[in-house]
Design a binder for this molecule. Structure first.
Ligand code: AMP
Length: 529
């Protein structure tokens, strides 16, 4: 089955429903289907063959879903690229995927033109604006080349390469085929949030990533995918859009966006009565912040935990589960939820032995949502999928009832004096301090301890907190060996294009000139970057 089927069906059942809206621009399902079939046919006419890769690097707009479904229709493999990447990083993904066509916004033209040698493998570049050396996006809409219908596909046909956002090492392309996409759509509707026809789903996070994936179940249900305007995240504009369009569901928010929403807006000033769900994930949210978010917006938060290698997803916590756990003052509100219906997950030790509940180890998963491997990378595929399990590189433990508590990325664990310390545990304490706005904890080289626990803290405006205050505060609730040995202060923490705190970027400044991150500790460190 070709995943274009979801759009085909929506266009037949709800032809005049609004499919996409951004500002003054709007398209019905009938129009969306026609445009996608035109894009698919025109990509073929530019010289692509079914199975070829087509990359796009586009700021959020209706073009993204048109290109995704255009590629599905033509049997092409879509390669979304984060629009916040540098031209050289974009070039790496284009080259690694062997993309024939790159579709990009006018804002990238100069950077691409001045790195032209890096893009020489392309057959064509397509730009949303008039730009030298490119085809205009309108060229993809020529009627004469439009497909009459989508190409037949078998479930194992590759349709998507999802490049990991690893903050170290080069990104790897997780392969998705049509069966995974169909599973992803069903899983989201069945296990996380059941989008209904005619509802409006709002996108305020990059649609090359989680938000764009959650657009697919919305298409399958004939819901409207509305997209906020403007390049940067604007909490006030977001809530005004919710009010104006009677949005029922915010597709995806990174925890950093939720925190900004809490800090910069007063929900009482808006009519948010239509809002039934806000999905978040991609990075940990601290329990205290989650509780504040529920207090401010109601029990409408849906958490997902997964990764590009197992999209939508491994575990989840529905809005109802959040409400139940919060009412019972149950600490599992801080978990990543339970394993989804058709996924098997467990934790393993460094030798890949399955661990009993309560014992921390690397989270592994298997099931139909797991990728078949990485694009052109048999070594990484074999390593990550060894023993038939996806090795996530995340450390966590399951409790007796199957709730997953994530501790950290395996490579973020600090090994100090032979003790394993999970930065998240220390951060959960720090964030409770009224003078701390943001924090990040990691290990730094130390001749005696191997690694020493180190905190970088952003003070709230006007606060005069000292390093000693921070360490003493940790001492009130953490074992001595987990307390930061030293604290530095920053004005703000750097975040990635997907809103994840760039822990390793900050940490690496402390490791400059040290060959190995692993000091004298006794623990064994494993996992992906
Ligand atoms: P990506 O493949 O870019 O989506 O990144 C996946 C990684 O983000 C996971 O392996 C986790 O380390 C992290 N992640 C995703 N969801 C969550 C979550 N709900 N809580 C904590 N970390 C998460």
């Amino acid at each position: 089955m070709n995943s274009f089927f979801f759009l085909d069906k929506a266009a037949r059942q709800w032809p005049e429903n609004l499919a996409q809206v951004q500002g003054e621009e709007s398209w019905t399902y009938r129009q969306f289907r026609e445009r996608a079939l035109a894009i698919g046919g025109n990509l073929l006419s530019l010289g692509c063959q079914p199975g070829d890769r087509v990359a796009f690097c586009l700021a959020n707009s209706p073009r993204i879903l048109e290109v995704v479904f255009g590629c599905f229709a033509a049997g092409l493999v879509v390669v979304p690229v984060n629009a916040r990447l540098h031209a050289r990083e974009m070039a790496y993904i284009v080259e690694n995927s062997g993309a024939k066509v790159l579709i990009h916004g006018g804002e990238f033209q100069d950077a691409i033109a001045s790195n032209a040698d890096l893009f020489c493998g392309l057959v064509a570049r397509v730009c949303l604006d008039d730009a030298a050396g490119t085809e205009h996006f309108d060229r993809l809409l020529y009627h004469v080349n439009a497909l009459a219908s989508a190409r037949e596909a078998v479930p194992e046909d590759i349709c998507w390469l999802f490049y990991t956002s690893g903050t170290t090492g080069k990104p790897k392309g997780a392969i998705w085929h049509h069966r995974m996409v169909a599973r992803m759509v069903m899983n989201y509707l069945a296990d996380l949030h059941n989008i209904q026809p005619g509802e409006t789903v709002l996108h305020c996070a990059p649609m090359s990533h989680g938000s764009g994936i959650i657009a697919l179940p919305a298409v399958a249900r004939g819901a409207t995918n509305a997209i906020t305007e403007g390049a940067s995240f604007d909490p006030d504009a977001l809530l005004r859009t919710v009010e104006r369009l009677k949005v029922s569901h915010i597709a995806f928010m990174a925890p950093t966006q939720i925190v900004k929403l809490l800090e910069d807006t007063d929900p009482a000033r808006y009519d948010l009565s239509s809002l039934r769900a806000i999905t978040y994930g991609g990075a940990p949210i601290y329990v205290d912040q989650l509780k504040q978010a529920i207090a401010a917006f109601g029990p409408i938060f849906v958490q997902l935990y997964g990764q590009g290698e197992a999209p939508i997803t491994i575990t989840g916590l529905t809005a109802a589960a959040h409400a139940r756990l919060l009412a019972a003052d149950d600490p599992r509100i801080g978990s990543a939820g339970q394993t989804r219906t058709d996924v098997e997950a467990a934790c393993v030790d460094a030798d890949d032995n399955l661990l009993p509940p309560g014992k921390p180890g690397e989270v592994v998963a298997r099931g139909e949502i797991v990728m078949p491997g990485y694009w052109n990378n048999p070594e990484a595929s074999a390593e990550t999928l060894r023993g038939g399990w996806l090795h996530t590189g995340d450390i966590g433990y399951f409790d007796e009832e199957g709730y997953l508590f994530l501790l950290d990325r395996a490579k973020d664990m600090v090994i100090s004096g032979g003790n394993n310390i999970y930065p998240r545990e220390v951060e959960e304490v720090l964030i409770l301090h009224p003078d701390i706005a943001e924090c990040v904890v990691f290990g730094i080289p130390d001749v005696y301890w191997g690694e020493a626990v180190h905190a970088v803290v952003v003070r709230r405006e006007g606060a005069t907190l000292s390093d000693k205050d921070v360490i003493a505060f940790c001492g009130e609730s953490l074992a001595g060996y987990k307390k930061p040995k030293a604290v530095d202060f920053l004005e703000a923490l750097p975040v990635s294009g997907y809103g994840k705190v760039l822990r390793r970027e900050i940490r690496d400044t402390y490791w400059h000139g040290h060959g190995s991150r692993i000091g004298g500790g006794a623990g064994k460190r494993a996992g992906k970057t």
